[in-house]
Design a protein around this ligand. Sequence first.
Ligand code: TEU
Ligand code: CA
Length: 572
Amino acid sequence: MPSPLMNTPNPVDNSTTANGYIKKWWKEAVVYQIYPRSFKDSNGDGIGDLNGITSKLDYIKGLGVDVIWLCPHFDSPNADNGYDIRDYRKVMTEFGTMADLDEMLRGIKQRDMKLILDLVVNHTSDEHAWFVRSRQSKDNAYSDYYIWRPEKEDREPNNWISFFAGSAWKKDASREEYYLHLFADKQPDLNWDNPKVRTEVHDLMKFWLHKGIDGFRMDVIPFISKDQTFPDFPKDFDGRPEFIYAAGPKLHDYLQEMNREVLSKYDVMTVGEALGVTLEQTHLFVDERRNELNMIFHFDLVRLDRQGWKWKPWTLPEFKAICARFDQGMDSHCWPTVYLTNHDNPRSVSHFGDDSPEYRVRAAKLLATFQLTSKGTPFIYQGDELGMTNYPFTNIEEFDDIEVKNNWKAEVLTNRVSAEEYLFHQLRTSRDHTRTPMQWDDSANAGFTTGSKPWFVVNPNYKEINAKQALADENSIYHYYKTMLGLRKKTLAFVYGDYKDIDPQHVSLFAYTRTLGAKSYLILLNFSRNRISYTLPEGVKAGSLLVSNSDAKEEYSTLLHMDAWDARVYRL
Ligand code: TEU
Ligand code: CA
């Protein structure tokens, strides 16, 4: 039965650009990511919910985005905030009902926006009916839905580790076997080598597509295929298991099958979260001639200052080198994404900008300028349009994230690392920084909930940093995003244009051009507090000024004076 909410037709004409890209709606779209638990609480229980999102659709549409990516909204016991799904066809009770979801989807469509859902199918919750059956015996219909192995010489089947600390295997008392969990032990990995599992996944995708949703973000999708011999980590293992987990032998067969069986039948977009995928492997996922996924999220940029859970300093030339490498590494058959944060990373202005009261607004606008003049589909995380910042955690009790807590047990409680050192790193890297409630206004709890207790700490800076203030102030970060989104919409060169870094070695200025046919633009970003006098290289001259995050007026010049965190876009 055709759904009344079938995906909306797309205006983009699928012709080819001057530099060889086939135009697609999802290449020109800008996505806004919602973490439902922290977006807006409508009933005072302290937990964000679907009706809360519906009540804010005008706010989201007002920004000028096209697509909403909703983090998991499915029934879940929340061992990992919804990334442990108990029932793929049911809405998480705290978030509302299926009727609320239909209402939200209708509101999204009415505003000419689209919705993509989070497809979490590398693993389920251990409370999923499949796992409940699977652990009961070795010979029921669900026994092979998960990855079970006998113990090996009195211990785990191999030495694989979980991303949330400890072994990736857990011994199950009833089956007397180990099951694999690359994440928490409450997140058992599905056995994709069982064709019944793949059919189940295809069916649940169709269930949601029939509702009229417009695609999926696919959680850790490169991990779905496992080397069934389960070898130990190689001798030269570098401590980064993701590169081993993402190299399963059947991965691309399964993605092509999923495309053939499901995705090819709908005009939808897909983006795979590609932990453990190198730039060199990217085309295998996204080359349009291979019919797998449209795009993937790389980790190189958001994790450039990381070593495991530890933070390390980064430099602008390193940041630029990653951008250049990705641009050169993907031809016109591939399409990139651009994101500076999500629910697994610190706040972008705290991470790549400057969150001091003096420079926060400028720096957040600079990052918006970067993101919205970059090639690829931009993904904006909720609250970044307000310049929300990292949370000033002072002790471990304040955190919620299972990753932070499990690593604390593994590192601090075993005396490997001091509490001070651990907190020093988490203050810079923790996933919890982006999970604090959205700051809507300056009333109690930032207007996130009418109840007395939000599920998670509210950043104390909500009195200054909130949506109400941002909407009222025409110089706010929100309005700047809106301007940049409007400009991107009418300037195809920002979407498809060729990219050229004109000064890769400069330590604080990022200067690049975007060119499509006869149209060319120069973007200048001062990633520092220093004032810079900059002479453009031979042959480059700034033309008229299209956008600036300051009151600078310089135009038609080869010598430019950039203040702290200045961002400008010129015609060339
Ligand atoms: O994340 C994948 C993932 O492993 C990392 O992003 C994670 O944050 C960690 O830093 C690895 O060290 C996805 C989801 O985005 C995340 O929220 C889930 O916790 C995870 O998968 C499991 O579903
Ligand atoms: Ca609620």
